[in-house]
Design a protein around this ligand. Structure first.
Ligand code: FES
Length: 387
């Protein structure tokens, strides 16, 4: 539907879509399963047998480097009785051995060992390798997709911003720590709405206001929202912010206009890259239930051992730890308010381009999102909407 003629174009998604189990079910099927999800960076898997896992949408995916140096992605599921194969977020293995009955898979996913093999006279091991999951490596970051509905590749999504991102040397990044997982008692869309909401920055993030003045901006393309803020010269009176402004050193690989800019890219539908001069992190908000979300995050950096750079990276973490705490309060407050029957939808301002874009896409994929009031339970089955 064209934007001008969409009667819902000036309105947010209705509140019921932020807690309804049937709507959540449809989102998993139509939004999350066909979308790209970032797992890790190629530098996290330097050796054959190194793997990372990602659990979401009721699936567990394992990305592993083979003996032939190739990266592959599989569901983390044994083909015998369906047991979860590997535990934990990462590790290194010579073979993938199921803890239940010891079926064994090579790093290429092939079934290479079956105890009591004669017990299965009709088993063709070539047909019982691990189930392959589509993956894409975009500038060092490894993405997976459970279903291909014909949507764009990560590279195609990022194309409008490629020139802007290239100087940050994504391909050379190395992890600064481990993945953190932070559960939040909110619907996943609330995390994303807040991430792309530029209006709240000067109101609810005093630290960002001190660092960026009124320079925060937002724009939306088809598959990526961009937000940005310049680090201004006037020194903040808050110690961490002031020190960051002071110590952030010149970054040789960045052009002048990138030396003092914080850049944020949000990829449809639930991934963000926070791109700072001193480091880059990804953050994804994985839906767990209609009112629970897991925020998964890790920071990377181009190796730089200068003392000022180490200080800037630590200060950045301190500043954004406070921003995250403020955001947690905000999204919790919105989720609570949306539970009131007095609230249906809210108006979207002309400048709220990223929110408009997200709501439009959800309404296209799930037309029931146009209904301001929650339909009676069973609505998705009655309307034949479950597929
Ligand atoms: Fe994996 Fe039986 S379930 S070996």
């Amino acid at each position: 539907m064209d934007v001008e003629s969409d009667p819902n174009g000036d309105w947010s998604l209705p509140a019921w879509t932020y807690s309804d189990p049937e709507f959540f079910e449809l989102e998993m099927r139509r939004v999350i399963r066909p979308s790209w999800q970032v797992v890790c960076h190629v530098s996290d898997l330097p050796q054959a047998g190194d793997y990372h896992t990602l659990d979401y949408a009721g699936e567990s995916i394992i990305v592993i480097r083979g003996d032939d140096d190739q990266l592959r992605a599989f569901t983390n599921v044994c083909r015998h009785r369906g047991a979860r194969l590997m535990d934990g977020p990462s590790g290194c293995a010579r073979k993938l051995v199921c803890p239940y009955h010891a079926w064994t898979y090579g790093l290429d996913g092939q079934l290479v060992g079956v105890p009591m093999k004669s017990d299965y006279p009709n088993l063709d091991p070539r047909k019982h390798g691990l189930a392959v999951v589509e993956h894409e490596v975009f500038e060092g970051f490894i993405f997976v997709r459970l279903e291909n509905d014909g949507g764009p590749s990560v590279a195609e999504m990022m194309a409008p911003y490629w020139d802007e991102v290239q100087p940050y040397r994504f391909g050379s990044l190395q992890a600064m720590g481990r993945v953190t997982l932070r559960p939040r008692a909110v619907n996943w869309k609330n995390v994303g709405d807040n991430y792309s909401d530029a209006l709240h920055i000067p109101v609810a993030h005093p630290g960002l206001k001190r660092l960026m003045g009124n320079g925060y901006g937002v724009e939306a393309r088809d598959h990526v929202d961009k937000m940005w803020g310049p680090i201004i010269d006037r020194l903040s009176n808050a110690p961490s912010e002031r020190a960051y402004q002071k110590y952030l050193p010149h970054v040789p690989h960045l052009p002048p206009e990138r030396q003092r800019t914080w850049l944020y890219l949000k990829l449809w539908p639930n991934i963000a890259f926070d791109i700072y001069p001193d480091q880059v992190d990804f953050m994804q908000w994985l839906p767990v239930s209609p009112t629970e979300t897991l925020i998964r995050e890790i920071a990377y950096a181009v190796p730089d051992d200068r003392r000022e750079m180490r200080a800037a990276r630590y200060l950045n973490w301190r500043i954004n730890r406070q921003v995250n705490a403020e955001d947690t309060g905000l999204i919790t407050r919105v989720q609570q308010g949306m539970a009131s029957e007095s609230f249906t939808v809210g108006p979207l301002g002309k400048s709220e381009v990223a929110l408009r874009s997200f709501c439009r896409k959800i309404r296209t994929l799930i037309p029931e999102a146009r209904q301001w009031h929650k339909p009676a339970p069973g609505w998705s089955r009655r309307q034949g909407s479950t597929t």
